[in-house]
Design a binder for this molecule. Sequence first.
Ligand SMILES: NC(=O)c1ccc[n+]([C@@H]2O[C@H](COP(=O)([O-])OP(=O)(O)OC[C@H]3O[C@@H](n4cnc5c(N)ncnc54)[C@H](OP(=O)(O)O)[C@@H]3O)[C@@H](O)[C@H]2O)c1
Length: 338
Amino acid sequence: MKVRVGINGYGTIGKRVASAVAAQDDMELVGVTKTRPSYEAHLACAAGYPLYVARPEQVADFEKDGLKVEGTLDDLMEKVDIVVDATPGGVGEAYRPLYEKAGVKAIFQGGEDHGLAGVSFNAYANYSEAWGANFARVVSCNTTGLVRTLFPLDRDIGVKRVSATLVRRGADPSDNKGSALNSLEPSLKLPTHHGPDVQTIMPWVEITTMAVKAPTTLMHLHCIIADLKKGVKESDVLAAWKDVPRVKLVSGKQGIKGTANIMEMAKDLDRPRGDLMEIAVWQDGIKIVGSTLYYYQAVHQESDVVPENVDCIRSMMKMEPDAARSIKKTDDSLGIGK
Ligand SMILES: NC(=O)c1ccc[n+]([C@@H]2O[C@H](COP(=O)([O-])OP(=O)(O)OC[C@H]3O[C@@H](n4cnc5c(N)ncnc54)[C@H](OP(=O)(O)O)[C@@H]3O)[C@@H](O)[C@H]2O)c1
C-alpha cells in the first residue's frame, strides 16, 4: 500500500517536493495546500494535484478564480499518513500542534529550529535516526550541502576541524524581496548558525562558519577549509566523493567557471525546472597543503533538499530500512546523477 502524503506550503520547496512525491511508486500525493489562488494553484490543479486551502475563509477566493477546492488543511490531515511542511521559516512551528492532534507525522524544513522536531535529517549521513519518528526536520539547503561533502570526507579520511565561508544567494529567482542589488552583506552575528546546524547531524565535527549575502539568485557558493586527520592527496579526496550520491564533480577546465554555468548544465541535462539537486564540487578547485584541504562547492538552494524529503518520508514511515536503497530509488525517479 502506498504511503499517503500531504504538502502544506506550496512555494519554492513545497511545489518541488510535491512533484518528487508524485514521482514515487510507493507514495501517493493526496493533496497540497495553498493560501492564494496564484498561477501555481492553477498549475497544481492542471497537474492533477488535489488542492486544499490553509484556512476555510480562503475557499471563496479560489472558487471565484475557477479553482476546485477539495477542502481545508484539517480535511487534508484526515486523509494522510505524513505531511511535508514547507511553509515559510518559523510558520511550521505553529502547525505542529495541528499535526500532532491529527495523529499525522510531519517533516519540517530548515527554516525551523532543530528543537521543533528533535531529529535533523540527511539521507546519506543519518537516515536511520528518523526511523519511525513522528517529527523530523530536513536541514537547510546550506547545511545539506555541507553535510553531503563533509560526511564522506570524515568517514573515509577523518575531519578534525572545518572553517567555511558561505556566499549566499540574496534571494530565490522568483522572489520579489531579497538582498540589495549592488552590495555584499556580511552576516555580522558570528560565527553564523550554519556550523551548529551541521552539528545537529555531525555533532562530533568542529565547524565554524561565516556568511556573505550576494546579489545573485542562482546558487550558494561555499569556500571550505578542512583540517584532516591525516595527510592525503587530492586524488584521495576525490575518491571519497566519487561514488557518493548527490555529489557531482564539475570542472573549470570544461567551462564550469561559476554558478551560471552549473545552472545551464542542469538545463542541458533536461533536469526538471532546470534544478540541480546534487552539490556541485569543482574537481580542479581542490588543494591539499599539509593536512589542510581547500575546496569550493555550489548549492542549488531551491532543490538540493527535495530528495532528502522523499527519503525522510521513507525512514519515518518505515518503508525501506536501507538508506542506500531509498536514496537510489529516489535518485532514479528524479533523474539525479544522470
Ligand atoms: N528557498 C530556499 O532556498 C530554501 C532552501 C531550503 C530550505 N528552505 C526552507 O523551506 C521552507 C519553505 O521555504 P520556501 O523558500 O519554499 O518558502 P516560500 O517560497 O515562501 O514558500 C512557502 C509557501 O508557503 C505558503 N504559506 C505561507 N503561509 C502559509 C500558512 N500559514 N499556511 C500554509 N501555507 C502557507 C505560501 O504559499 P501561497 O502561495 O499559497 O501563499 C508560500 O508559497 C522554509 O523553512 C525555508 O527555510 C528554503
